[in-house]
Design a protein around this ligand. Structure first.
Ligand code: NI
Length: 256
């Protein structure tokens, strides 16, 4: 069985000297490929450094995380646009909008998100969307970019089946399902039954959103099989089928 972790920050400072070992533990657990979404200019060097040590296994992305949008966002985006054409880059992200942590730069977040969607379309790349308390704003940007046919993934999807169907009207979109699906009483554990496997990709969002039974610990890509097992149980299918279909989805989405 081969899994792909489509959203993991193993280059995060929380891993320190353990980041290379964390990639190797993932490989040992059957997670054969990993996508590293970018955060901002402060994490980029660590991301590219770790990705270059595992070429063909780890794929970097480039983007400005919505919670990193501040008064310097335009300069940050200029830099991103300069780097995005690099052949190793597999997606623009993570981008999107986050009105949970702060609404101080909500207008700037919206502009930065739209510019990144347009950049992705220009380069033929998928977009990794972070959406928190911002569903309507996200859809309004996608509406404005509709004629460009953006595609990508709603990372850490926690929306309803209705939100999923709405997303489908915008074309070729996947949902990223992670550790939250293993939490007791998580809504997504029910919603996932109504989302076709052909639209799901697996992700950990390491070091965050650690699946059961490791909640409270640092998350890492080696825990992907726990997420796959929970999706299989919820859908009443085999874990082999979850691995096969979600891996094929991730290959198509990120061209890996
Ligand atoms: Ni993330």
């Amino acid at each position: 069985m081969l899994y792909i972790d489509t959203h993991t920050h193993l280059y995060d400072g929380q891993f320190g000297d353990d980041s290379e070992a964390a990639v190797k533990r993932a490989l040992d657990a059957g997670v054969g490929k990993m996508i590293f979404p970018d955060i901002d200019s402060t994490t980029r060097e660590a991301m590219f450094g770790l990705a270059s040590k595992f070429e063909g296994t780890v794929y970097p992305c480039i983007g400005l995380h919505p919670t990193s949008v501040d008064s310097g966002w335009k300069e940050n985006l200029d830099e991103i646009e300069g780097l995005a054409g690099n052949g190793n880059i597999r997606a623009i992200g993570e981008t999107g909008m986050d009105c949970y942590w702060s609404r101080e730069f909500v207008r700037e977040q919206e502009e930065a998100f739209e510019r990144q969607v347009r950049l992705a379309c220009r380069l033929g790349l998928p977009v990794i969307i972070h959406s928190r308390d911002a569903t309507e704003l996200i859809f309004s940007v996608l509406e404005r970019c509709r004629t460009l046919s953006p595609r990508g993934v709603f990372h850490a999807f926690s929306g309803s089946a209705e939100t999923f169907r709405r997303m489908e009207r915008y074309g070729d979109w996947y949902v990223g399902i992670g550790g939250v699906v293993t939490f007791k009483k998580a809504g997504i554990a029910e919603t996932v039954k109504q989302i076709p496997l052909e639209r799901i990709v697996l992700e950990t969002d390491s070091p965050y959103l650690t699946p059961a039974p490791h909640r409270g610990e640092r998350n890492e890509s080696a825990y992907i099989p726990l997420i796959a097992a929970k999706i299989a149980a919820q859908k009443g299918i085999t874990v082999e089928e979850v691995a096969e279909v979600t891996t094929e989805n991730a290959r198509k989405l990120f061209n890996i």
